[in-house]
Structures are given as structure tokens and as C-alpha cells.
Design a protein around this ligand. Structure first.
Ligand SMILES: Nc1nc2c(ncn2[C@@H]2O[C@H](COP(=O)(O)OP(=O)(O)OP(=O)(O)O)[C@@H](O)[C@H]2O)c(=O)[nH]1
Ligand SMILES: [Mg+2]
Length: 426
């Protein structure tokens, strides 16, 4: 499909189709070149402003496709005064013309990029405006409270303006915070769906990291052998657990070695630990001679959630199971037979912060930051209920943090950054 958006498209569409199109009616028509020869034929749709996706006049030409035909129809439109769209320009115009707010426009890109059905569903929810409505509803309550506080500041002596009761301010404030925290939790879930958490497998050589990667992904992704030091390069595999996307990273076994290639692999293993959302340490239950103390210390330095997996229970004669010691979850399983794997899968979901919540919104880090900022400001306001000017100012700051999400007041360079990442034609 070739889609043209702008002002005064009547002439252009008459020149391409050779007829006057009725708005919102599908017209079967040839698409013509300058000499009136048919380039392709198909359906033409014409929308008048503002009743279109972009809010401008829009012409859509649905042809048979194929790169050459498509290019010639596109060239014809350019001859007639159109130019190629920039990435995301249709959505950007829709935003600028008030057809969508910023969070909705962003969810279009998220919908297209969704890798799982769960992610797509929550992107649609944001596109429908559910996320924006939730944010706007809290923001309006902040504005309401602020108006009340400012009225008492401006007209302290006025009849009918109730004096401010600091208990009531506290109660209103904590209700607002509660509402925002709920949105934050739903958005955090959406962020997990969008980004997919990075889970890295770490451990001594032969602990069974590659076997576990294969078991979790249900495929022979990585080489497995009883030769210690099999894996050198880090191996990334995308997978889903209950519809949640993950990036699982298999690494070289960590040990002292003179092998230069293996050393390079170990450096990479440590680097991927730094970037991980979750570290899984594999421990070979049949090999009590290999100490894991150093790796354990590195993990606790990394300050990243970790799960300790005790592998090869089939050989060690142990039962599959889970327990918690020193604030660390320990799971007993066999990467080879798959026994205990479901325990691990559910524990991974929990460890990255996923809890089956209804109504998850697709949210971006940008949104999460704004919500956190608003919450911090509201929390700060709690101690200011005796100093009304400062209290009102905190409310104003929280309000403007939330405004950034829907894009009431945003800088042009932020818009450029957001829409520049869309694909062309969207
Ligand atoms: N019986 C049994 N064997 C296992 C299990 N997990 C792994 N193994 C075996 O242990 C050996 C090492 O497994 P890998 O998955 O290659 O171990 P790794 O941690 O990736 O090793 P490196 O890549 O060398 O660091 C292989 O022979 C596997 O078949 C298990 O749960 N039970
Ligand atoms: Mg390996």
C-alpha cells in the first residue's frame, strides 16, 4: 500500500486515479502514470481531514505489490508533489494533530515490535488509551488538589474558602500515591513484556549451563560435551515463559585457564553478568571439589537478583525441589532429564518481577522514569503539608512529570528521538 498524507490531495488523487474519489469509499481503479498508462490497479481510498489516521487528508493506494510496481506508484506520487515519509512521520503527524497522545503513538511502535502475544495485547491496551487515561486521571486529581491549596493561598480571608486541614491533605496525597503506585506496577509489567528480561547462565565449566539453555529453549541451541570449556562465545537465545519474552545468555565456564580463547570467553561471561536482570548460577551436584565461592562473591557484588541452580540431581540421587537459604533461592533439577525445570521457569518469572496481573500497560523506560519522578515528588510533599506554597509547588512538579508521558509539553528533540525509531510508513 502507498499512503499519502497532507493538504490538498484532491489534485494528486485525481491525477493518479483519473477520477474524483468519494471520501471513505473503496474505489477499484487503475493507478496511472503521467501519460495515462496503467501502472497497477487496485483499491483507492480517500479520507478528508480531520477524519483520518493523521488528521490530514489521506490517500491510500492498495495495489498488487511487488517492489517494482510499488516503486513506480510511489514515484508517480512524488512527481505529483509528495515526498517520502520519514520514519514514524504518519504517527508523529497524528500526535501533532491531536489524534493520539504520545503514549498511544509510542504503543504503535511497540505493537509492531511485540515478540509475544502478551506483549501485543498490552500494546493494544496502551494504544486504546487505557494507560493514558489512567495517567490523566491521576494528573487531574493532582490538579484538583493543587487548585484547592492555591485557592486557600490566594484568598486566605475569603468567605467560603475552607481552611486547609493538614490531615485531609495527607489523606488525599496518600490516595493519589496509591493510585499511581498501582499504575507503576502495571507499567513495570509492561516494561518486562516490551524489553524481555536478560537472564545469564553462569558457573564452572561442565556445570551444565549449555544443557540448561537447551532444556529451557526446547532446542539444541548450544554444543554440550563433557569436555570442560566447551562454550567460549556467549550464546543468546530468545525464548518465552508463559508468554513473557526472555533473552537467555549461555556463557563460558569460569575458571583459571591459560587458553587465550577461553580467557576471552570468560571476560565476556563477566560482562554479560553486569548487564543481566537475573543471574542463574549453576552448581554441579556431582562435583563437590570445584569451589564456587569466588563466583558467588562476584554475583553478590553484581547486586543483581540471582538464583542458585543445583544441577545433575539424576546423577547425585537427589529430588527436584526448591528452598531458600541466606536470602537466596536454591533449586534442585536436572538440565539433562528436565526434572525440576518447571520450578525454575516459575521462579525466573517471579525473580524478574512478573506477577500475572490483569490490565498490564505497555510502558517504556521513559514512562517509568516519569512515574517514579512524580511519586518521589508526591512523597516529598507529604512533609510539607504545613508549608502550603511548597506543597503546591510539589504538586505542580508531579503534574508536569506525568504530562511528559502523554506529551502535553514535550521538547522537539524528544519527539524526534521517539518517532525516529519507528519504521518508515508508520
Ligand atoms: N546426567 C546429567 N548430565 C548432565 C546434566 N547437565 C549436564 N550434564 C552433562 O554434563 C556435561 C557438561 O554439560 P554442558 O551443558 O556442556 O556444561 P557447560 O556448563 O555448558 O560447560 P562449559 O561450556 O564447558 O562451561 C555434558 O556431558 C552434559 O551432558 C544433568 O542434569 N544430568
Ligand atoms: Mg557450555
Amino acid at each position: 500500500m502507498v499512503r499519502v498524507s497532507g493538504a490538498n490531495l484532491k489534485d494528486l488523487s485525481a491525477a493518479v486515479t483519473g477520477k474524483e474519489l468519494i471520501p471513505r469509499f473503496a474505489t477499484y481503479t487503475p493507478f496511472l502514470d503521467e501519460a495515462g498508462e496503467t501502472l497497477d490497479q487496485g483499491i483507492a481510498l480517500y479520507f478528508t481531514a480531520p477524519n483520518s489516521f493523521t488528521g490530514e487528508e489521506v490517500l491510500e493506494l492498495q495495489g498488487h505489490g511487488g517492489p517494482a510496481v510499488l516503486q513506480s506508484v510511489l514515484n508517480r506520487c512524488i512527481e505529483l508533489g509528495a515526498r517520502l515519509a520519514q520514519p514514524g512521520e504518519f504517527s508523529q503527524r497524528a500526535f501533532l494533530n491531536g489524534k493520539l497522545d504520545l503514549a498511544q503513538a509510542e504503543s504503535i511502535a511497540d505493537l509492531i515490535a511485540a515478540t509475544t502475544q502478551q506483549a501485543a495485547k498490552s500494546a493494544v491496551r496502551s494504544l486504546n488509551g487505557e494507560f493514558s487515561h489512567a495517567i490523566v486521571s491521576v494528573r487531574d486529581k493532582i490538579i484538583h488538589l493543587r487548585a484547592f491549596v492555591e485557592a486557600t493561598l490566594d484568598f486566605p480571608e475569603e468567605e467560603g474558602v475552607v481552611s486547609v486541614d493538614s490531615n485531609r491533605l495527607q489523606a488525599d496525597l496518600s490516595a493519589l500515591k496509591g493510585e499511581l503506585e498501582h499504575i507503576q506496577s502495571l507499567a513495570m509489567q509492561g516494561n518486562i513484556l516490551r524489553e524481555g528480561a536478560q537472564v545469564v547462565l553462569i558457573g564452572a565449566p561442565n556445570a551444565g549451563k549449555s544443557s540448561l539453555l537447551n532444556q529451557l529453549s526446547g532446542d539444541e541451541v548450544a554444543l554440550v560435551s563433557d569436555i570442560p570449556g566447551t562454550t567460549r562465545d556467549t550464546i543468546r537465545q530468545a525464548l518465552q515463559i508463559d508468554g513473557i519474552p526472555f533473552h537467555l545468555i549461555d556463557t563460558a565456564g569460569i575458571r583459571e585457564t591459560d587458553d587465550v580463547l577461553e580467557q576471552m570467553g570468560i571476560v565476556r561471561a563477566r560482562q554479560s553478568m553486569d548487564k543481566a536482570d537475573l543471574i542463574i548460577l549453576l552448581i554441579d551436584e556431582t562435583d563437590t571439589t570445584t569451589p564456587n565461592k569466588q563466583i558467588e562473591a562476584e554475583i553478590s557484588d553484581a547486586n543483581t537478583p540471582a538464583i542458585f541452580v543445583h544441577n545433575k540431581i539424576d546423577l547425585a540421587g537427589l529430588q527436584a525441589g526448591i528452598n531458600s537459604r541466606d536470602a537466596v533461592t536454591h533449586i534442585y533439577l536436572s538440565a539433562k532429564t528436565g526434572e525440576g525445570i518447571e520450578l525454575l521457569r516459575q521462579t525466573i518469572l517471579k525473580a524478574v518481577g512478573w506477577h500475572r496481573e490483569e490490565g498490564v500497560f505497555m510502558a517504556r523506560s521513559r514512562h517509568m522514569e516519569a512515574i517514579t519522578q512524580a511519586l518521589e515528588t508526591l512523597t516529598g510533599a507529604g512533609s510539607l503539608s504545613e508549608q502550603l506554597e511548597l506543597f503546591a509547588e510539589s504538586l505542580r512538579l508531579a503534574q508536569s512529570a506525568l504530562n511528559q508521558i502523554t506529551g502535553e509539553f514535550v521538547a522537539d528533540d524528544l519527539l524526534g528521538e521517539i518517532f525516529g525509531r519507528f519504521c518508515i510508513g508508520k
